[in-house]
Design a protein around this ligand. Structure first.
Ligand code: NDP
Ligand code: 8X3
Length: 255
């Protein structure tokens, strides 16, 4: 098979970085995107000699996405896999106290950015009769928790959008997968707590969380399944995690 091409958003850290390494190891061509130029430069050096095209890209900016796709060098233009990985959680306050700016950033990144990329990449895939959209959802899109509010809702969108995409594409050979990880250590919690590393460290204390390489292995696995096999979703937690029981708040019986 000729060399395949993957476009990875959010390649400058965590899952995206690990996926770039995993696919490079298998001889894929890589388009790596993120907002931090220096990280992209370091990653490209690390991936060498894999063919790599780096793009500074904010997925919230539709015009930049269009320009990026229009300017792809010919050898990277036929995207086989779009890995919609760029995303973030911001804050853990209850809905009544949460920052509206944080909510809008999550909506613009996790929902609007993912939709824009998908919409703009799909026509090329349809024309080539080949392609795979892999989205990074989360267990937070299924299981609610206090402070998860808009983050969880954005990942519920990703889950349902993935299923609806599959419905739209059923008459084509294109595939759609939603990866739904639980607790995984990356820069995710540092970002969530706005750079407070002690709060971020506490999230993983006393656990063996998932590692970005675990997610990369799963993403590579779903992409390397035979063409007639569409792995629709993968829910994955570290062994130390489970869903909690339903919670009931009871009035205090004391005075
Ligand atoms: P990281 O914070 O380590 O990486 C997030 C990546 O997203 C970075 O490369 C960042 O790059 C990029 N990103 C964020 N905002 C934008 C933007 N506006 N435009 C372009 N790129 C952006 O987190 P993870 O690797 O853990 O997260 C990756 C995905 O997995 C996210 O969608 C997250 O919601 C999801 N996920 C994470 C889990 C976890 O526990 N870690 C569990 C379940 C799902 P840069 O800042 O350079 O732009
Ligand atoms: C990340 C997993 O549980 O922190 O999506 O929301 S969680």
């Amino acid at each position: 098979m000729s060399q395949q091409t993957i476009l990875i958003t959010g390649a400058t850290a965590g899952f995206g970085w690990a996926c770039a390494e995993r696919f490079a190891k298998e001889g894929w061509k890589l388009i790596i995107a993120g907002r931090r130029q220096e990280r992209l430069d370091n990653l490209a050096k690390q991936l060498a000699p894999a063919p790599t095209h780096s793009v500074v890209l904010d997925v919230r900016d539709a015009a930049s996405i269009k320009a990026m796709l229009a300017a792809l060098p010919e050898e990277f233009a036929a995207i086989d896999v779009l890995l919609n990985n760029a995303g973030l959680a911001l804050g853990m306050a209850g809905a009544q106290n949460a920052s509206l700016d944080d909510w809008n950033t999550m909506i613009d990144t996790n929902i609007r950015g993912l939709c824009t990329l998908t919409r703009l990449v799909l026509p090329g895939m349809i024309a080539r009769n080949k392609g795979h959209i892999v989205n990074l959802g989360s267990i937070a899109g299924t299981f609610p928790y206090p402070g998860g509010n808009v983050y969880g809702a954005s990942k519920a969108f990703v889950k349902q959008f993935s299923r609806n995409l599959q419905a739209d594409l059923v008459h084509t050979p294109l595939r759609v997968t939603n990866i739904e990880p639980g607790l995984a250590e990356s820069e995710f919690s540092i970002v969530r707590f706005h750079g407070d590393t002690s709060k971020a460290d506490a999230v993983y204390q006393g656990t063996e969380p998932l590692h970005p390489a675990d997610i990369a292995e799963i993403v590579y696995w779903v992409c390397s399944a035979p063409p007639h096999v569409n792995i629709c979703s993968v829910e994955v937690m570290p062994t130390c995690q489970s869903c909690g029981p339903l919670f009931v708040h009871r009035q205090s019986t004391k005075g």
